[in-house]
Design a protein around this ligand. Structure first.
Ligand code: PMP
Length: 405
């Protein structure tokens, strides 16, 4: 059997559909974000416009100093799984910091946000007898995989639609456990869930709520606790899940909730039990990042980011470039064609030193291909002007429809 041929056949199919993924090969430099060196095709120096290091915390001096100090003190790796010699003091401090961030009694770390969703939803669905998970139609792949892994009953409710959720809940056994799983900020459209209404419905039917705040933690709320904090709803959400890899600039994932809930996941989730703990330096860097974003500097960074987001949106409007109108920091420019989307991204990279990854199917539905821009507080006004000037010129060149300006 020629296995490589089997692999090639499927890869070729991806390529001919325009869905084959090619990465930019960046070299990030300390203190330089959003600038980076590019080792791949295109310009040698680029401005990164699609980063998820939303506030530049991955290069923040205090985060870097905390990581250096922890490496000097503790070495490189954690030394084991959390249960077998791998729990370091810094993991416990970080879990306390995370519980405090969300106003919960407990928190549990995972090696990524993906793993936290997969492990936590998989465990809840599998271990709660007769459980049904009710999942928003646009939930992230990690939640979908977690629900699959649980092999429990599931219902998909229409995106951000509490009335559809209500109908689905009304059909279920009132005495059986139910988990309503959804996100706050959706990563590709940048829209925000009506959390309060969803909680009202879930509470009416005795369902627990599972909220992914991966694209909101660090960015919203007085202390960066996410949309639930901003709306004063954290208390009512049973489980809040987040990442340390986006606004906090490091890597790792977590859940927060009651002591019993966290102990339950800790005790049964294979994705927690059977894998090496995060390096202590990562945990120390995350603590520094969260503490910074809880304070005044966090407020200033969030304010400046929102300003740059508004500025980019206004400039796109003036140039007649269509973008999704949403209330978040995610600015999707709609190209609606996979080939043109990739072509635009290639030219931006090649001729303008602007790096934005084209977002095509299956990440988004066919016909909604887009360039997803994520302004940070470190993008200055001239970066925004350069981006919109380049897009404006290319828009006609690629024969794309303009928005009614
Ligand atoms: N949830 C959502 C909504 C996400 O978009 C992502 C990553 N893009 C994750 C979870 C996974 O987080 P991480 O990158 O930390 O694995």
């Amino acid at each position: 059997m020629d296995y490589d041929q089997l692999f090639r056949t499927q890869l070729d199919a991806l390529k001919s559909d325009g869905n084959y993924r090619v990465f930019a090969e960046l070299e990030r430099h300390r203190g330089a974000y959003p600038r980076a060196k590019n080792h791949g095709a295109g310009a040698d120096e680029v401005t990164v416009w699609c980063g998820n290091d939303y506030l530049g915390m991955g290069q923040h001096p205090e985060v870097i100093a905390a990581m250096h100090a922890a490496i000097d003190q503790c070495g490189a790796g954690a030394g084991g799984t959390r249960n077998i010699s791998g729990t370091n003091h810094s993991h416990v401090l970080l879990e306390r910091e995370l519980a405090d961030l969300h106003g919960k009694d407990g928190a549990l770390l995972f090696t990524s946000g993906y793993v936290s969703n997969w492990a936590a939803l998989g465990t809840l669905g599998a271990r709660l007898p007769g459980c049904t998970i009710l999942s928003d139609a646009f939930n992230h792949a990690s939640m979908i995989e977690g629900i699959r892994h649980a092999r429990c009953e599931k219902r998909i409710w229409a995106h951000n639609d509490p009335r559809d959720l209500e109908r689905k809940l009304a059909d279920l056994d009132p005495d059986a456990p139910k988990v309503v799983a959804f996100e706050s900020v959706y990563s590709m459209d940048g829209d925000i869930a009506p959390i309060g209404e969803i909680l009202d419905v879930a509470e009416q039917f005795g369902a627990m709520t599972y909220l992914d705040e991966v694209h909101a933690v660090g960015l919203y709320g007085k202390r960066g606790g996410g949309i639930a904090e901003r709306e004063g709803l954290s208390d009512r959400v049973t489980l809040i899940e987040g990442t340390l890899g986006k606004a906090f600039g490091v890597v790792g994932g977590y859940i927060t909730g009651s002591v019993e809930l966290v102990d339950f996941i800790r005790s049964f989730a294979s994705g927690f039990i059977f894998t090496t703990a995060l390096p202590p330096a990562v945990a120390a860097g995350a603590v520094a990042s969260i503490q910074t974003l809880k304070g005044e500097e966090g407020v200033a960074l969030r304010t400046r980011q929102q300003r740059q987001v508004a500025r980019l949106r206004a400039a796109l409007d003036r140039a007649g470039i269509p973008h999704l109108d949403n209330p978040s920091h995610i600015v999707p420019v709609m190209v609606k064609d996979p080939v043109k989307c990739k072509m635009l991204a290639d030219i931006l990279m090649q001729d303008h030193g602007i790096y934005v990854q084209p977002i095509n199917y299956p990440t988004v539905p066919k016909g909604t291909e887009r360039l997803r821009f994520t302004p940070s507080p470190l993008h200055d006004d001239s970066d925004i002007d350069a981006l919109v000037t380049a897009l404006h010129a290319l828009w006609s060149q690629c024969a794309l429809a303009r928005a009614a300006a």
